[in-house]
Design a protein around this ligand. Structure first.
Ligand SMILES: Nc1ncnc2c1ncn2[C@@H]1O[C@H](COP(=O)(O)OP(=O)(O)OP(=O)(O)O)[C@@H](O)[C@H]1O
Length: 233
């Protein structure tokens, strides 16, 4: 579904991605793991049109999207659930969900809001509450639900566990697993390698802008180098 080939990108004179390639097949959960500053978010910024690609190509389904604007990429069916959640703090939960559907022209948004509230009961309880007053975990659920409101074909999660307590991280992991079981294709970027590898069909380890290891989630989890450096075992 998504193919990234030999991707180079950077900021100013500095290159931070040095030719990474990976693939996300329909229905898979694929994860990019790696330390702080390895280049995971930069790779996502390239896919979503926020950072120019210097060399290489990105394909989504049958089209090349390498030079597409962020807006056009959303219309192809790629949605990102951003790092730090970025909910609209001064809007209610329901209004945030409506914002997630702003690119849709159909009349089923109301039914989808209801579906999201079934999927995330805490959002129904807090429907009228300003999003800025929700807890971190609730805001993450809202950010995920808002991303799903666009009815994406590919949902990208950037560090969904960041800053959350371990119990909430587990809940977020379970939520992503449920979304995957419903058939969503997922690209997940995480520093929390334990959570990410547990969910992933396919995983890539990025170090200093290069992919240094790839395999199934299980394979990377049982790799001693990954285990020592990233899993805290
Ligand atoms: N806007 C920017 N301007 C200049 N350099 C940047 C910018 N954003 C990121 N970088 C640099 O690019 C490199 C890769 O950063 P990136 O955010 O992609 O890493 P990451 O793996 O996602 O890490 P993190 O988990 O901290 O987000 C780092 O060296 C970082 O300092």
């Amino acid at each position: 579904m998504l193919t990234v080939k030999n991707l180079h990108a950077g900021y100013g004179k500095t290159d931070v991605l040095h030719g990474i390639s990976f693939e996300v097949k329909a229905g898979q959960c694929v994860t990019l793991i790696g330390a702080n500053g390895a280049g995971k978010s930069s790779a996502l910024r390239c896919i979503t049109g926020l950072l120019p690609v210097r060399e290489g190509q990105i394909f989504f389904e049958s089209q090349e999207i390498t030079q597409y604007s962020g807006h056009r990429i959303v219309r192809t069916g790629i949605t990102m659930c951003p790092e730090g959640r970025q909910v609209f703090a001064e809007m209610s939960v329901t209004e945030n969900l409506k914002m997630g559907a702003h690119t849709r022209r159909d009349k089923e948004q109301g039914a989808d809001i209801d579906r999201m509230m079934d999927l995330f009961p805490v959002l129904r309880k807090r429907a009228r509450q300003m999003a800025g007053t929700l807890s971190g975990g609730e805001q993450e659920m809202l950010a995920i639900a808002r991303a799903l409101m666009s009815r994406p074909k590919l949902c990208i999660f950037d560090e969904p566990s960041l800053g959350l307590a371990p119990k909430i991280v587990q809940e977020v992991g379970e939520t992503i697993a449920r979304i995957k079981a419903d058939g969503m294709t997922i690209l997940l970027v995480e520093q929390n390698a334990n959570m990410a590898l547990g969910l992933a069909d396919q995983a890539y380890l990025i170090e200093a802008g290069e992919i240094v290891l790839q395999g199934t989630g299980k394979e990377l989890m049982s790799n001693p180098e990954v285990s020592n450096a990233y899993l805290g075992h």
